[in-house]
Design a protein around this ligand. Sequence first.
Ligand code: 5AD
Length: 431
Amino acid sequence: MCYTIPGKVIDIKQGFAVIDYFGEPRKARNDFFDLSCGDYVYAQGGFVVQKVSMEDALSSMEAWRELFFELKKIDNRLSRVDRPGEKVGTKVKRILNKAQNGLPVSRDEALVLLDITDEAEKGLLFRTANSVRQKVLSNACCVHGIIEFSNFCRNDCLYCGIRKSNNEISRYRMAPDEILASVKEAVDLGFKALVLQSGEDYHYTTEIIEGLVTKIRKEFPVLIFLSVGERDAGFYRRMFDAGARGVLLRFESSNRKIYSDMKPGNSFNDRVDHLSFLSKLGFLIATGGLLGLPGQTRQDMIEDIFLAKSFGTEMYSFGPFIPHSNTPLKDQKIISSDEAIKFIAVARLIVPDGKILVTTALETIDRGMRRLGLLSGANSFMLNVTPVKYRKQYEIYQGRAGIEEELKIQIEEALALLKELGRAPTDLGVS
Ligand code: 5AD
């Protein structure tokens, strides 16, 4: 985002650049540029996304230098685990100690953690997750922008407000030029990674989306994620060739029965095959599911994390299901924000090096959750870059957080929070 830090290329090997950030080397894939040692670049999501002049890089680095170390100090301070004298059961303590020491957490242990109800134990779980995040990934926080360019959808998922059979919402499609204008606005404001999302809308043919991706890559230094649902292999190959490098596609639930109940006409196996294929093609995978679907157990939730992990996922996107009044699930209960934060913390202990999102849905059920999520293992979130006039119509559920807020305001709020928590809006990848 706005102040992503430039770094200096200090080594190049097999498609990777090693980039120095104030003495810290990080690796990033270089698919797009002709680079030499000594060049200055911006990297995002583990990819080099822009080459910059030495002059621009040095002035930006100068502005960053002091803040870079100051933020780390704040994060270190906020990531302490110990609270002497606090009473925590031995079983929970033992599991958290293990996780703190870098040992893997099993399904059974994860379940014990997700079952915690005691306040002191919860606190220790959250602090441990935060500390593991800090130890493994330092204070980088990834802030992507999302453009929701169409709310037409051919699917009829029971949980979703933009399902085909909801006749009460007005539908919109952004023209490619409008989408490009939104990309430009976001890039001008500093975004280095954007998600282009829509319902499964075949009005946008392979050629149209390919044209869009090609243009964006040509004109803007930004990492492109597509979130357009299940398309065929040829579609995704062409998108990769055009320069898209990420796909956001949730599997929604690892429980097959829930999946097929929720998504009539869709197959769980197809979804999983899609994700495996996309991962093999070389896309960064962002995936996850819904928390609180009818019939979902805590075991299912743990399984969700392990399933996501199995795709070599880059970004874990799990958020509470929020009932929409014009869907068959309108009377379903929402899980508590507390349960959702426990889930984030447990996910962090299962995938210490993953990017874990605080989703807009979680912020919708409680506006304080971006902060609490980031202090409990999460290290990324997204801002809504869709033109304000369309945002309300992308009504997957009602009352979404932040849909009235101009992008500039969203950015100001995000930066203020990141500063307070000692997080740098950088996305340097892990060396
Ligand atoms: N509540 C929360 N998230 C939802 N999504 C769809 N409907 C809802 C809802 N009612 C999520 C799905 C989908 C993503 C684009 O939006 O998980 O993958």
